[in-house]
Design a protein around this ligand. Sequence first.
Ligand code: AMP
Ligand code: ZN
Ligand code: FE
Ligand code: FE
Length: 277
Amino acid sequence: MCPTTEFRADLHCHSTCSDGTFTPEELLREAQAKGLKGLSITDHDTVAAYETAIPLAREMGIELLTGVEFSTTVKEQSVHVLAYGFDVQHEELHAFCQRHKERREERNIRMLESLKKGGITIEVCELAQDTHAIGRPHIAKALIDKGYAKDLREVFTEFIGGNSPYFVKTSSFGLEETLALIRSVGGKAVLAHPHLINNQGLVDYLLQQAFDGMEVFYARMPPHKERPWVKRAQKRGWIQTGGSDFHGTVKPHISLGCSWTGIDSFNALKQGSEISC
Ligand code: AMP
Ligand code: ZN
Ligand code: FE
Ligand code: FE
C-alpha cells in the first residue's frame, strides 16, 4: 500500500482469538506498519481481542473501533453480520458470545465424531485451545498437521467442506435476534461481503432488512465489482464500509489494509458508541 496521510481504517480482520494467525497485538503493529489510522478486529463470534487491544491501541495512537463478525442463519443459509461501535463490556454481548462458543463446541464434537467413523482421529484437545471461537479452520489445521491432507483446499473438498463426507451442518442464531442484540449493546449492524452470497433471493431479502451499513469494499475486489454494491448502499442510506478480511498467513494473498473505510463512515459507525477506544 502506498504511504498516505489520508485516514484509512481496515474494518475487517481476524486475530488468534478466532481463526486468524496474528495476535491482537500483531494486528495493531501490522496496521501501524501499513499506515492505517484506524482498525476494527472482527473475530468470528468473539470480542476477546479487545482486552489487550484497547489499551495497546490507545498507547500506539491507533483509533480502534469495537467490532465482531457474527455468524447467522437466514433461510437455512450462513450469513455474516459485522457489528461495530458497541459497548464491549456489555453483559448481554458476552452472554451472546458464550452461546456461540457452546454452539461451536457442540458442532465441533459432532464433526470429530463424524471423522472418527471414517477412521480419522482428531481429539478436541488437538484444536487451538486458547482460541475463543474454534471452527472448521482449526479442524483443518489439525488434519493437515497430522498428515491426513496436504492443504486447506484438500481439507475443504475431501473432508469438511459443505459437500464433503464429514461435514456437519450447524444452525447459528437468526438475523432478527442478532440485529436486536447488536442494537441493545449500542452497536451498528453491517451486512458483511454481500457479493459472496450466491443466492439472489437471499440477497434481495437481506437488502430489505434493518442494517445500518454494508461492506461494499472487500479484500482485493476490483472497483467494477464494488460499484453495484456502493449504489445499493447509497439507495438505502446505508453506511459504506470496507475491510480486508485479513486472516494472516492462512490467506497469504490478502494483506491488512488492502480494502479500507474512510473517515466519514468510520465516524458514522463510532457515533453514539458508549466506549470509544
Ligand atoms: P465455521 O464457521 O467453523 O463453519 O468455519 C467457516 C470458516 O472456514 C470460514 O470463515 C472460512 O475461514 C473457512 N473456510 C470455509 N470454506 C473454506 C475453503 N473452501 N477453504 C478455506 N477455508 C474455508
Ligand atoms: Zn474467518
Ligand atoms: Fe465472513
Ligand atoms: Fe471475516
